[in-house]
Design a protein around this ligand. Structure first.
Ligand code: PHE
Length: 339
């Protein structure tokens, strides 16, 4: 029986498939199997009572051992089969790591501006990119015969709507929606029919700001602009206002920033002037207030249009505006994942 047990174990170890295990079962425990026959062929009458007991218990043990072993072998054969069948998973291959995406430079600047303005009590207002001609032009004092329309040619829809040329298109909408007094910014995408080159694109981003209240003056405008710029550049800044014309502000200005690189001495970044032209702005034109149903004798306000695209290019040293919309992953992944 010892010899049979050893042989059985060896045969079973060699059986790797369910069929082979079944063959071993038949060979040992089948109707004509070795263990079955051993029990059948033994002439018990020739054995003493002592021998009978010993033989019987050894035979029981052998049978139980064989049954247990066969059961375990069947299970592992079945498992092996299903693992092979299911995925062809190879645990020895190197892993595929997951990379995190990164934020677009425009998004980074926008998120930063939003948080600076929120700190000054401004509301961030969503605004449509596809606009009515009225809000983009007429409502901001650009009637259909005004030359500014030519400077801001854009993409027209077949239903007389257009892709907005500036975020100023949302000024009157915002006053209508929120009423006055108000303090709001509306960042977003703008479009113009441009001849594309390293500094002109058909698609770019601005962040408009609008404050309307009683007794708002140019002093308030300068204070907000200085706070904004020193937060963005992490230092005290010097600004100046030059007259600038925009039909929807009166007076209108170009706000210049004293060049951060040469401190006003004149360098290649500021084209030798010592100043960087940065933010067009001004006091809201009374006609624009009227258009939104706001009484210009009681209320006044200021508006400004930060070029998000320009700011992102300055901040990250991006030499060509076309890189921003090209969708080249090698460009995009150079920026951080978090703000
Ligand atoms: N909307 C103007 C532009 O795109 C910028 C601007 C905004 C000027 C607000 C004055 C006040 O050129």
């Amino acid at each position: 029986m010892q010899e049979m047990k050893a042989r059985f174990s060896k045969d079973l170890a060699a059986a790797t498939t369910a069929e082979a295990v079944e063959q071993v079962r038949i060979a040992y425990l089948g109707r004509k199997g070795e263990i079955t026959l051993l029990a059948k062929n033994t002439d018990f009458s020739k054995l003493s009572a002592e021998e009978k007991r010993s033989f019987g218990s050894q035979l029981q043990e052998l049978k139980a051992f064989a049954e247990e072993s066969l059961k375990a072998a069947k299970e592992s054969a079945a498992l092996g089969k299903s693992a092979k069948k299911s995925t062809g998973l190879d645990l020895t291959l190197p892993g595929t790591g997951r990379t995190l995406g990164s934020l677009h430079p425009i998004s980074l600047i926008q998120i930063e501006l939003e948080s600076i303005f929120q700190g000054m009590g401004f509301t961030v207002v969503p605004s449509p990119e596809c606009e009515l001609e009225f809000y983009n032009f007429d409502a901001v004092n650009i009637p259909s015969d005004h030359p500014a329309r030519e400077m801001q040619d854009t993409f027209w829809m077949t239903n007389d709507m257009l892709m907005r040329t500036h975020t100023s298109a949302n000024q009157v909408r915002t006053m209508e929606r929120l009423g006055v007094p108000l303090r709001a910014i509306f960042p977003g995408r703008c479009f113009r029919n441009e001849a594309v080159d390293p500094s002109h694109e058909n698609t770019f981003y601005q962040c408009e700001g609008l404050v309307v209240d009683q007794n708002i003056s140019v002093a308030n405008l300068i204070a907000v602009m200085k706070t904004l710029l020193s937060e963005i550049f992490h230092r005290e800044v010097t600004v100046r206002l030059r007259p600038g014309f925009f039909p929807f502000v009166e007076p209108g200005f170009e706000l210049d920033l004293r060049c951060l690189l040469c401190e006003g001495e004149g360098c290649s970044t500021c084209h030798g002037t010592g100043w960087l032209e940065l933010i067009p702005c001004g006091l809201v034109h009374p006609r624009v207030l009227e258009c939104a149903g706001v009484d210009p004798t009681r209320y006044s306000g200021f508006a400004f249009g930060v070029g998000l695209t320009r700011l992102a290019m300055m901040k990250f040293g991006i030499p060509d505006i076309r890189l921003l919309n090209a969708g080249d992953i090698r460009f995009n992944e150079q920026f951080p994942t978090f703000v």
